[in-house]
Design a binder for this molecule. Structure first.
Ligand code: FMN
Length: 201
């Protein structure tokens, strides 16, 4: 599958079977996903990998209280056999941008100096690379936000306090119809002419 084919084939999958991923597959995909671009070659993205029923259940226990389960619109999402949470670690970026060739940027002075927090950019790039690799394997994936659960997740899984994540990639074997109707999925794709501004906005 070409990159163009993977991009065309990818749709957010919100319903999975509980079939586990092949042994070693996730490590193989993550090794490739971490080749995504990374600011200053910081390589400051690390992955919390929750694979298998017990780890995945612990994620949902931490982020989705049981009283909300019965009204959760995507119960099949909870069956995904693997969840990958890419975290960007600001300390790597602050250290790298304090080095001689980067110090003039002023970005080494603290997280507040960053107009764009590259640790989140890098983590999002890695998440996108991972999703395309998942599609290339004939599997399904869903990227979803952590909303207010990042702190609880960090505490539960001993993630460093400074780490920040753009969201979670759920991975597994799609169950039935990959795209189910919702307010998001029913939105038409905006026309190309509406999003491309040649020569100016
Ligand atoms: C930053 C971001 C956050 C998202 N959060 C959620 C989410 O919380 N729940 C969900 O079901 N989908 C989530 N999505 C998936 C989008 O709803 C989906 O990408 C969009 O509707 C377009 O559909 P497609 O991915 O099938 O092309 C998120 C996507 C992004 C990029």
């Amino acid at each position: 599958m070409s990159v163009a084919e993977a991009l065309a084939a990818r749709r957010t999958c919100r319903s999975f079977t509980s079939e586990p991923l092949a042994d070693g597959l996730l490590d193989h995909l993550l090794d490739r996903a971490r080749r995504a671009p990374t600011a200053g070659n910081c390589q400051g993205v690390e992955f919390l990998v929750l694979e298998g029923p017990d780890s995945v259940a612990e994620f949902w226990h931490t982020t989705l209280p049981s009283e909300k389960r019965s009204v959760f619109p995507w119960p099949g999402l909870l069956l995904a056999p693997a969840l990958v949470v890419p975290f960007g670690l600001p300390m790597h970026y602050l250290a790298r941008y304090s080095e001689e060739d980067k110090v003039a940027t002023g970005l080494g002075e603290g997280m507040g100096a960053w107009p764009v927090p590259y640790w989140l950019t890098d983590a999002a790039f890695a998440a996108m690379a991972l999703q395309l690799l998942v599609i290339d394997e004939g599997l399904g994936c869903c990227f979803f936000g952590l909303f207010g659960n990042e702190i609880a997740l960090r505490e539960r899984f001993k993630v460093p306090e400074s780490a920040r994540s753009p969201g979670v990639v759920a991975i597994g074997h799609p169950e039935g119809q990959t795209v189910r109707p919702s307010n998001s999925t029913s939105r038409d794709r905006r026309p190309l002419a509406g999003v491309v501004h040649r020569g100016g906005w």
